[in-house]
Design a protein around this ligand. Structure first.
Ligand SMILES: Cc1cc2nc3c(=O)[nH]c(=O)nc-3n(C[C@H](O)[C@H](O)[C@H](O)COP(=O)(O)O)c2cc1C
Length: 385
């Protein structure tokens, strides 16, 4: 795999649009799921050097998140409240008609001057589908539908008189006007894709612009992207890679480790165990038993996207070094979550990002490359530009 060390890593944060924070624990979390909190957070994040925010789509309580805001409307409101941030709305193919979503995203793209994106998630919470009276497809079949869905989005965003007939959707001779905003270097709104199983990897390689992985250690991440790259190579494509990590940066490593211990000690046991039962519909239900959460321990599931596995825990220097280790093995975007989002996103921009940029510049220099950076320079970040 060609890893381009001349390009800076990109950063995203999870939008806390569901209640309870990003860890299922009774530890104090100064994070709120309401809109006012999120509006302020989005502005802090774009000033701190974050390029993307990722919303979550959830219709029913799970892992204790008993209140949720809808992802596409929430993402659109955050786009309206910001100037640079790209907001990625999570959507389930089984819940949307692709033409309707394509149109919705074009409008969001115009309102935000080319900053709308989607994260296509294939679904694991069976009761959301059956409760709505929607078909619940068997695991790998969900990805057959997802692939058709993404091909239609791309077709409707880039072609006139587009037609595609398949097993799940039929689009006939359709043109959406206006098309998405013409952003240099971006053929259409970016398509992210979250999923870990073998079927998810194969599908993402064929159709996604970005593959999102749950938290992983270095070896786990390498294994995870190998499947995506194999199918992308067959299709002549070059998707990029995002990885989730829960950040605990404190003045000392001891303090950071103690915070993790407290999160685990105060885990909300019934909620984590309920989540463990529900996710059996995901990775563990596949033929090869490989997939999201298939090998997650009780402790891993407390951050419901396995964010502890990435080990972004320690002093700002240690966290920055760890992030750059992931860059060396192919991560293009680090997706982050925190206990106290507003404070810690701001601190990330001030204390961690400048170190990451210095380490990246050193790395590029050692390889004889120029390190290309646009507006996010250590100097700009320190100066709060
Ligand atoms: C970064 C990321 C974000 C995700 N966001 C959501 C989400 O908002 N809603 C949802 O229902 N599933 C979400 N998923 C779950 C996946 O879409 C998928 O259901 C899950 O990976 C299980 O499928 P698998 O067994 O094929 O890996 C996300 C996954 C990842 C990696």
């Amino acid at each position: 795999m060609a890893i381009d060390l001349s390009q800076p890593l990109k950063f995203a944060y999870w939008v806390p649009n569901v209640s309870g924070g990003l860890v299922v624990s009774t530890i104090e979390q100064r994070t709120s799921w309401d809109f006012e909190y999120n509006k302020k957070l989005a502005r802090i994040a774009e000033n701190a050097g974050f390029e993307y925010a990722l919303s979550q789509t959830r219709y029913a309580a799970s892992y204790g998140a008993d209140k949720q805001h809808e992802a596409t409307s929430f993402s659109l409101a955050l786009l309206g409240a910001t100037e640079k941030l790209k907001v990625i709305a999570a959507v389930h193919p089984g819940m949307w008609q692709p033409g309707v979503l394509a149109k919705f995203i074009i409008t969001a793209d115009h309102i935000s001057n080319g900053r709308a994106a989607v994260n296509i998630v294939s679904g694991w919470l069976k009761s959301e589908f059956t409760g709505f009276g929607l078909p619940w497809l068997e695991h790998d079949e969900r990805y057959v539908r997802t692939e058709e869905f993404i091909r239609i989005l791309r077709g409707l965003w880039t072609e006139q008189n587009f037609s595609q007939s398949g097993k799940y959707y039929n689009i006939t001779d359709f043109t959406l006007n206006p098309p998405p905003v013409d952003v240099p270097g971006r053929p259409h709104p970016e398509v992210f894709f979250g999923g870990n199983s073998t079927a998810a990897q194969a599908t993402a390689g064929r159709v996604a612009d970005w593959y999102f992985s749950n938290g992983k250690d270095l070896e786990g991440f390498k294994e995870n992207i190998a499947g995506v790259q194999a199918s992308a190579a067959d299709a002549g494509r070059h998707p990029r890679f995002g990885l989730n990590g829960f950040v605990i940066a404190r003045d000392t490593e001891k303090e950071a480790r103690e915070t993790l211990r407290e999160i685990v000690a105060k885990a909300h046991k019934p909620a984590v165990e309920g989540f463990r039962d529900a996710v059996q519909e995901a990775g563990a239900s596949t033929k090869d038993g490989k997939g999201m959460w298939a090998d997650s321990s009780f402790e891993d599931l407390i951050q419901y996207n396995d964010g502890f596995k990435t080990q972004l825990i320690g002093t700002p220097e240690q966290v920055a070094e760890r992030i750059v280790e992931y860059k060396k093995i192919g991560v293009n975007l680090m997706l982050t979550c925190y206990l106290h989002f507003q404070e810690e996103v701001e601190a990330f921009g001030k204390d961690i990002l400048p170190i990451v940029r210095e380490l990246e510049a050193d790395l590029a220099r050692k390889e004889g490359l120029d390190f290309i950076i646009d507006d996010v320079t250590p100097e700009n970040i320190k100066a709060g530009v």
